[in-house]
Each structure stands twice: as structure tokens, then as C-alpha cells.
Design a protein around this ligand. Structure first.
Ligand SMILES: [Fe+2]
Ligand SMILES: [Fe+2]
Length: 242
């Protein structure tokens, strides 16, 4: 059995769902950057691997993270329904709410804090990109994966599609996740880790809190897709002979 230092961040996040909180606490990207080895990820984040391994060991018995647990076993249809109901709905609700907070903070504090206008531009771009991205998942990719799973279960022929293999649209979705991840990282850098200035008003503080929660949710959302849903769909399609 490989030791923790021989595993990738993705493998650890799947085996121990509670590990995502530990990774988040030290700034390790377990979704888009999940293919990195544990040792590399620690070096990149400037964290002692021994310290992190101990923390992970302590949380391995934590079953309180219901949202990323057990999805390796459950039907893909249930996982996709969960992603849409929880994460896509969250993105759709938060984009106008955070957009409105950004407008207010730029109006009132934009002169003293020009970084907020820059964050607003990035957030508008993320909102537009995610809107199209989720539409493609809900209208094309997820329905195909659902039909694929139904065919695999019943032994029926594989569903027809406008692509030769599910790997093609999945590669597009993963590339879009990487783009969104890079934009999130830019916002984090510009806001100094979402730290409001000492004199910040409640709206300014609510904005940075909202952006930080948006980032955390998107990381979990992308983790479920990149590390669980997509690999399982590719494997299912291959097993069915496409
Ligand atoms: Fe999604
Ligand atoms: Fe996605």
C-alpha cells in the first residue's frame, strides 16, 4: 500500500473526504491541481509534509463532510443531480449577490482600494464563463453520462452523441475549470487572501467573505467533477466498448 507521500492530492481527497478541509486550510488546490503529488503540493504551498500528514491522519476518521463522501460508490445520476442542485444553484445565486456587493464597494471605496475594481472585472468574467460552462454540462455532458450509465446497467447499445468519446467534452470542461481556477487565484492574490483592510465597512467584509465562500464551493464542485464524476464516466464508456 503506498504511503501518503507517494500519493497524489487527488487520491488523498477521494480516500479521505475530510482531507479537503485540511488542504483548503493550507492553500493546497486539490481539484484542478489534484494530480500533483503530496510532496510536490506541500513544497508548492510551503507546508511541512510531516506536519500535514499528521493533520490528515487526525482527520481521517472525520465523517462530517457529507458532500464529498461516498460519491465513488453512488450512481453517477445521483452525483450529477447533487452537483446541479447544490453547486450549480449556489453559483447562480451567488453571482448576482456578490456582483451587487462588488458594485457598492467599488462605488464607495474604489478610489482608496483600486484592487476591488480589478476583482470586479475578474468576477464578471468568472460569472459569464461559469454560466456557459454549467449550461453545457446540464444540457449536453450530464444527460449523455446519464444515458451512458443507463446503457451500461441494462446492457443496451451506447447512446449516440455529437462526439466520438466522452473524453472530448470532458477535456473541454477540465480546461474551463483550469481557467476558472486561475481567475480565482488572481482574485485571492489581489485581495491578499480575502483580508479586508482594517477600516473596511461591513459591506466590504461581507464581500470578501462571500468571495472566499465562492472559491471554497467552486473548489469542491470542481473536485467532484474532475476527480470523481469525469474519471468514472470515462471508465464506464471504455468498459462498455467505445
Ligand atoms: Fe459543474
Ligand atoms: Fe464543471
Amino acid at each position: 500500500m503506498p504511503t501518503i507521500t507517494e500519493k497524489t492530492v487527488r487520491e488523498i481527497a477521494i480516500e479521505n473526504p475530510a482531507s479537503v478541509r485540511v488542504f483548503e486550510s493550507v492553500g493546497i488546490d486539490y481539484c484542478c491541481g489534484g494530480k500533483r503529488s503530496f510532496t510536490d503540493a506541500c513544497a508548492h504551498a510551503g507546508v511541512d509534509p510531516l506536519y500535514l500528514a499528521t493533520l490528515l491522519d487526525e482527520t481521517s476518521q472525520d465523517s462530517s463532510i457529507e458532500d464529498v463522501a461516498c460519491w465513488n460508490e453512488k450512481p453517477l445520476a445521483d452525483l450529477m443531480a447533487y452537483i446541479v442542485a447544490r453547486h450549480h444553484a449556489f453559483v447562480r445565486a451567488e453571482i448576482p449577490r456578490i456582483g451587487s456587493l462588488l458594485g457598492k464597494v467599488v462605488d464607495k471605496h474604489g478610489e482608496a482600494h483600486p484592487e476591488v475594481a480589478h476583482i470586479e472585472q475578474i468576477f464578471v468574467a468568472i460569472g459569464q464563463e461559469l454560466g456557459t460552462h454549467m449550461f453545457k454540462e446540464e444540457q449536453i455532458l450530464f444527460p449523455y453520462i446519464q444515458r451512458l450509465e443507463e446503457a451500461a446497467e441494462s446492457g443496451a447499445p451506447l447512446p449516440s452523441a455529437c462526439f466520438a468519446s466522452v473524453e472530448r467534452p470532458i477535456a473541454n470542461m477540465v480546461a474551463e475549470h483550469d481557467d476558472a481556477g486561475a481567475l480565482l487565484a488572481d482574485m485571492r492574490r489581489l485581495s491578499r487572501g480575502y483580508t479586508p483592510p482594517p477600516e473596511a465597512c461591513p459591506t466590504f467584509r461581507a464581500l470578501y467573505l462571500g468571495l472566499e465562500e465562492f472559491e471554497r464551493d467552486l473548489h469542491r464542485h470542481v473536485h467532484l467533477e474532475n476527480n470523481i464524476l469525469f474519471p468514472r464516466a470515462i471508465e464506464m464508456e471504455k468498459a462498455a466498448g467505445r
